[in-house]
Design a protein around this ligand. Structure first.
Ligand code: MG
Length: 353
């Protein structure tokens, strides 16, 4: 880990201090307490040679190819919610963004901003969740940093992550590559993450069994890339939901995107929650879904490859790309009318990721 790193082999095994059940300012001071926190909370969980080396930066062997690099900050409240927590979200969010360019994610870094008084058990649960998500994705967390701020100056803990991956040869994926005639495929149901976080805050007013969909999608993306060389766009509809993400793509590619409302999967409970709160599920955040825009001749092939994967079982075709109206998303409703679907105007659900 950067400044405050200890070599795993060279670590001094000091007896635990009485403060160790809670984060105290000394854990961020760069001294013995910082070293022990890093060793006990992070290095022991993330275990890899680049991290264990204990230098100022992680040394890794680059693979041949273009690099895909992304970064994220995570401030979700509450820290734990049905289906996930801030740690799983941090790893999956970055893995997914790196993978959306057709890359195999390899390495992550993580920065932790801890509030004085945070229970050590909470930190350890979050770190264990990061470890498990990284293992599932097949990435290593190779560097990190820890800072502690005074009680009241943060909300438990925040995590920033960065990720790097190598783009598969011959792959050219971008939000600017959607072409008229392409088919729009969605990997599963919309709105689960946003509604699960609201449920965890007690803001639904009813008991709900909705789980966040937070998941690493890189293996699903490998299956998509194996199935076709004509994948034009991959993107995860996170904040702002499906509607906002498709508007971004329509604008980048200067095309129209025509959706068929009836084909877009939304869980009945998510629908009910949205109706009650006055939300449209197409604007609610997802953390384990992706949009694939694919050449028409390969769409069936890609769809069936997606359906064979854990996180693509619910994949469906939801629409197509058209020449016109440029930079617009249109929705054909169940009633047979057509309406324009705009970008999310402001903030609908603060601190959901
Ligand atoms: Mg994204």
């Amino acid at each position: 880990m950067t400044d405050e790193t200890v070599n795993i082999e060279g670590a001094v095994c000091a007896p635990p201090l009485p403060h160790d059940e809670q984060i105290v300012m000394g854990h961020g001071a760069g001294g013995r307490m910082s070293h022990r926190l890093i060793q006990q909370a992070f290095v022991s969980a993330f275990q890899n040679s680049a991290l264990n080396a204990g230098d100022d930066a992680a040394l890794v062997m680059p693979e041949h190819g273009k690099l895909s690099i992304s970064t994220d900050a995570h401030v979700v409240f509450p820290l734990f919610f049905p289906g996930g927590d801030i740690g799983k979200l941090a790893v999956c969010g970055t893995v997914n963004d790196v993978a959306m360019l057709g890359a195999k994610p390899l390495y992550l870094t993580a920065g932790f901003i801890l509030e004085e008084g945070l229970q050590m058990d909470v930190l350890k649960r979050v770190v264990e969740s990061m470890r498990a998500a990284a293992e599932e994705a097949g990435v290593q967390i190779v560097a990190g940093d820890t800072k502690v701020v005074q009680k009241g100056k943060a909300d438990g803990l925040y995590i920033t992550t960065a990720g790097v991956g190598v783009v598969r040869g011959g792959v050219q994926i971008s939000g600017a590559n959607a072409k008229p005639g392409d088919v729009v495929i969605l990997s599963g149901s919309m709105g689960d993450h946003g509604i699960a976080v609201l449920g965890a805050r007690g803001e639904l007013g009813f008991e709900s069994s909705i789980q966040s969909d937070v998941a690493p999608l890189n293996h699903l993306i490998e299956a998509i890339l194996d199935a076709s060389k004509n994948i034009h766009v991959l993107r995860d509809p996170t904040r702002g939901g499906l509607a906002t993400t498709l508007n971004e793509i329509a604008a980048q590619s200067k095309v129209g995107i025509i959706l068929d409302e009836q084909t877009i999967p939304v869980h009945p409970e998510v629908n009910a929650a949205c109706e009650m709160l006055g939300f449209d599920a197409l604007y609610v955040a997802n953390e384990g879904k992706l949009i694939a825009i694919v050449a028409k001749e390969d769409a069936e092939k890609v769809l069936s490859a997606m359906k064979k994967t854990r996180y693509g079982e619910g994949a469906v075709m939801i629409g197509h790309v058209a020449e016109e109206p440029k930079s617009r998303v249109l929705l054909k409703t169940a009633l047979g009318s057509t309406r324009i679907v705009d970008m999310l105007a402001g903030e609908m659900l603060p601190r959901i990721c």
